[in-house]
Design a protein around this ligand. Structure first.
Ligand code: NAI
Length: 462
């Protein structure tokens, strides 16, 4: 038995970042992790492996579509799926080992195994019970299930199985046009699969700015994805060599179905807190499975805290990281804080989609007076030079004060570009502040400035 200031359950982006910050602030910290490698869902079976496959499949697409246009007369590359998987595994390995290195560097103890909380102040791992002044639940999330759909991770897969398919399927049906469905759907579409995306709502990517969502759907359709919207999936029947997805269209109750080699279930994730013993402890859990916390990550039991996907809010690695850092600071007696109004969201397709702050629909619903500055990447020389003129930036600012309220864009490097608006919003900047900031030419970032200019006297290249 050992005793610590803090024991964190889960070594995902929330847990491992919390641990590092706790150690930096002088606390004695341990992390319980039952997986063989650190980094949680994100590094092992989520963000990182999917980005490797997105990159590889994007390169293939570039070679097939654009190489000859640039005078690169190489024959179109062939896909060696086993090697592509090897590349992906190598990327994952480098990152998980990196976290292990950071644990050693910061003298963080890794308690290997699955943990539970027998009582406040105690964490049980295997047969051993360890003591801690504070316990942090950072156990993340798992894919949600859907009635009538049985996942076997071979024919009917979640994002986990979609990363390790035995071969590239000829046909794939994706259930859910959210982030996972579109990222993984676009990977397989680029690798040659015929991909159909079945979505319950009448638009893709719920919560996204409606204008961006429409443009995104058009671009994805051009890239070969087929969408069936407004369709409630009734079930999936697995037969030898594939599965059939059945749905009813909400508009007229008509039935539809589609057979495919592989079905990807991507209808959301739910908090993963099974086996921790929360009920016996009296830690309150909300109806959708999230741990209830106050504004400072404290659960209903003193000394037990929760962060990341296990608590309400967007299920994003960077939101969990920020909560991990803020909580570490609170536990060290400082004032940790997360600004939930400035958490960016990114979809890593090509082009990328990114957003931060309010959407136009939200501003309308709130009855706020706002102005919109838009700029198309067609007017951006750098984007055109690399065949990425598709897409646009949309900046929303207060009509009277010019303060930036939100930004939504679809286009090259959108996931990086969004951060200049995040910084601007953290500083309470106006659109004019952004417009008066010199942006290097030729860069994609000029499109951000042009959108800011469009909030005022007008963009230059529009
Ligand atoms: P999601 O919440 O993004 O999308 C789920 C979609 O499934 C929604 O469009 C929903 O309307 C639809 N749906 C629900 N029930 C359905 C039904 N019965 N039939 C048809 N469609 C149905 O969830 P997703 O894509 O599974 O991702 C899970 C979580 O992981 C999300 O919170 C997401 O933010 C996070 N994630 C983030 C990534 C990123 O930041 N790039 C990448 C991958 C995941």
């Amino acid at each position: 038995m050992a005793s610590f200031d803090v024991i964190i359950l889960g070594a995902g982006p929330g847990g491992y970042v919390c641990a590092i910050r706790c150690a930096q602030l002088g606390l004695k910290v341990a992390v319980v992790e039952g997986r063989d490698t650190l980094g949680g869902t994100c590094l092992n079976i989520g963000c990182i492996p999917s980005k490797a496959l997105l990159h590889a499949s994007h390169m293939l697409h570039e070679a097939q579509e654009n190489f000859e246009k640039m005078g690169l007369m190489t024959a179109s590359p062939k896909v060696d799926w086993v090697r592509m998987q090897g590349y992906k595994d190598d990327v994952v390995g480098q990152n998980t080992k990196g976290v292990e290195f950071l644990f050693k560097k910061n003298k963080i103890t890794w308690l290997k195994g699955w943990g539970s909380i027998p009582a406040a102040g105690q964490v049980k791992v295997g047969e051993e019970v360890h003591q801690a002044k504070s316990i942090v639940i950072a156990t993340g999330s798992e894919p949600s299930s859907l009635p009538g759909v049985t996942v076997d991770e071979t024919t009917v897969v979640t994002s986990t199985g979609a990363l390790t398919l035995g071969k590239i399927p000829k046909t794939m049906v994706v259930i859910g046009a959210g982030v996972i469905g579109l990222e993984m759907g676009s990977v397989y579409a680029r690798l040659g699969s015929e991909v159909t995306v079945v979505e319950y709502l009448d638009a893709i990517t719920p919560g996204m700015d409606a204008e961006i969502a429409r443009a995104f759907q058009r671009i994805m359709t051009r890239q070969g994805l087929t969408f069936v919207l407004g369709a409630a999936v009734q079930g999936v029947d697995v037969a030898k060599g594939g599965a059939t997805v059945r749905w009813t269209l909400k508009k007229d109750n008509s039935a539809g179905s589609q057979k495919a080699d592989v079905v990807l279930l991507a209808t959301g994730r739910r908090p993963y807190t099974a086996g921790l013993g929360l009920e016996a402890l009296g830690v309150e859990v909300l109806p959708r499975g999230h741990v209830k916390t106050d504004g400072h990550f404290a659960t209903t039991v003193p000394g037990i805290y929760a962060i990341g996907d296990a608590i309400p809010g967007p299920m994003l690695a960077h939101k969990a990281e920020d909560e991990g850092m803020a909580l570490a600071e609170i536990l060290a007696g400082k004032a940790g804080h997360v600004n939930y109004g400035v958490i960016p969201g990114v979809i890593y397709t090509t082009p990328e989609v990114a957003s931060v702050g309010a959407t136009e629909d939200q501003l309308k619903a709130e009855g706020r007076a706002y102005k919109v500055g838009k700029f198309s990447f067609m007017g951006n020389a750098r984007a055109k030079a690399v065949f990425q003129g598709d897409g646009f930036v949309k900046l929303l600012a207060d009509k009277d004060t010019d303060r930036i309220l939100g930004c939504h864009l679809i286009g090259p490097a959108a996931g990086d570009l969004i951060h200049e608006v995040c910084v601007a919003m953290e500083f309470g900047a106006s659109a004019q502040d952004l417009a008066l900031t010199c942006h290097a030419h030729p860069t994609f970032s000029e499109a951000m400035r042009e959108a800011a200019l469009a909030c005022g006297d007008g963009a230059i290249h529009a």
